[in-house]
Design a protein around this ligand. Structure first.
Ligand SMILES: Cc1ncc(COP(=O)(O)O)c(C=O)c1O
Length: 370
């Protein structure tokens, strides 16, 4: 009997697995270092709210019971907080899952999805998995080029992604430009605005998209508990959209996609506005510190409104990544994000930011003396 390879769907064969930020445990094992500073995945360096921790601990007693599939208590609380209806919210296993549900439901062979080049890579991957074609429009100075994105619409376009703030550049699109874009996009095309870093933005030129849901039944807003709420490990995010779209996504969703600990922690976290405000304030202080230090070092960066900075180097980001790693600092090398001569660093605590700057300085000095 001869063994031949089991045929894989062509689209899947062409894909590469997602490369995530290097986990702390992996670096500890590889380098034998005890203290690692991880600034690679835009996580919250201040952890999560104590209310969320308490809620998780108390929910553990229910671990033998399946969760409620639509997380109704959490959805209801979010709806009240955001002044929308409960049937306009779908909870996901991270907002990652909501992206997957959208492409799984709406993308088929020959369909096109417009997105920026570069942006959050899961848009492209999910479109490819579902047999569609990503249409990638280059950023201009790190910002979405909405005019070219609009010009790219064809009769095959099914969805458009706008990542605001954009990962990995941290930039936002101007308020009036985005508002005009939302008005202009034909109503049969899903317009997905990913606001994973919404709570960090403190700029008058940032568009509040929620009020536009009314009158734009094709508008989808994505948010998450992974970033400012500090619950990345629990995997819980959400999409806000017209109830008719949610009725379709539900058909595709796993029955118990968000777990009990995640639902209860997210529910409690919504009561701790002080925690969220403090994290946003400290993030801004950290960003100012890093921006000043980088400027002092003669380095430039994209103007970020999020909890990370993309720094331009005059050498491969991969080399600097390796040197930083050796000193126990994990960041994201730009080649994995579409810009070779850059690195992306998450804004950490003051101590972590100082450690990053010292290590970066050493790495740059080493290169200069070679
Ligand atoms: C822009 C953007 N959207 C979505 C996500 C996914 O977040 P979640 O943890 O909610 O799946 C991320 C995570 O880094 C992100 O940067």
């Amino acid at each position: 009997m001869t063994f031949s390879k089991i045929p894989v769907r062509k689209k899947i064969e062409e894909l590469s697995p997602y490369v995530s930020g290097k986990p702390i445990e992996e670096v500890q094992r590889e380098l034998g270092l005890e203290t690692i500073v991880k600034l690679a995945s835009n996580e919250n360096p201040y952890g999560c709210s104590p209310l969320a921790k308490e809620a998780m601990i108390s929910e553990m007693a229910q671990a033998s019971f399946y969760p409620e599939g639509m997380a109704p208590s959490l959805a209801e609380k979010l709806a009240r907080k955001l002044s929308i209806k409960q049937d306009q919210i779908i909870l996901g296993n991270g907002s990652d899952e909501v992206i997957r549900l959208l492409t799984r439901t709406y993308i088929q062979q020959n369909d096109e999805a417009i997105m920026a080049d570069v942006t959050f890579p899961r848009y492209e991957t999910n479109v490819l998995i579902d047999g569609g074609t990503p249409v990638k429009i280059p950023l201009v100075n790190g910002v979405h080029d909405l005019q070219r994105m609009h010009e790219a619409i064809t009769e095959n376009t099914r969805m458009i992604f706008v990542c605001n703030p954009n990962n990995p550049t941290g930039t936002i699109v101007q308020k009036e430009r985005l508002r005009a874009f939302i008005e202009k996009v034909p109503k049969h095309i899903l317009l997905i605005v990913d606001e994973a870093y919404y709570e960090y933005v403190n700029d008058e030129d940032y568009l509040e998209t929620l009020p536009l849901l009314h009158g734009h039944a094709n508008l989808v807003i994505l948010r998450t508990f992974s970033k400012i709420h500090g619950l990345a490990a629990l995997r819980i995010g959400y999409g806000i959209m017209d109830a008719t779209i949610i009725q379709e996504l539900i058909k595709v969703k796993e029955p118990f996609n968000t777990n009990r600990l995640a639902q209860s922690a997210a529910f409690a976290s919504l009561d701790d506005d002080d925690f969220v405000e403090q994290c946003a304030r400290r993030n801004e202080e950290g960003r100012n510190y890093l921006e000043n230090e980088l400027t002092r070092m003669g380095l430039s960066f994209f103007p970020s409104h999020a909890n990370f900075l993309m720094i331009k180097l005059n050498q491969p980001g991969k080399d600097v990544f390796e040197k930083l790693l050796a000193s126990g600092v994990i960041i994201r090398p730009g080649h994995l994000l579409g810009y070779d001569d850059t690195i992306r660093v998450t804004i950490g605590t003051l101590h972590e930011n100082e450690k990053f700057i010292t290590s970066l300085q050493n790495a740059m000095n080493e290169t200069a003396s070679v």
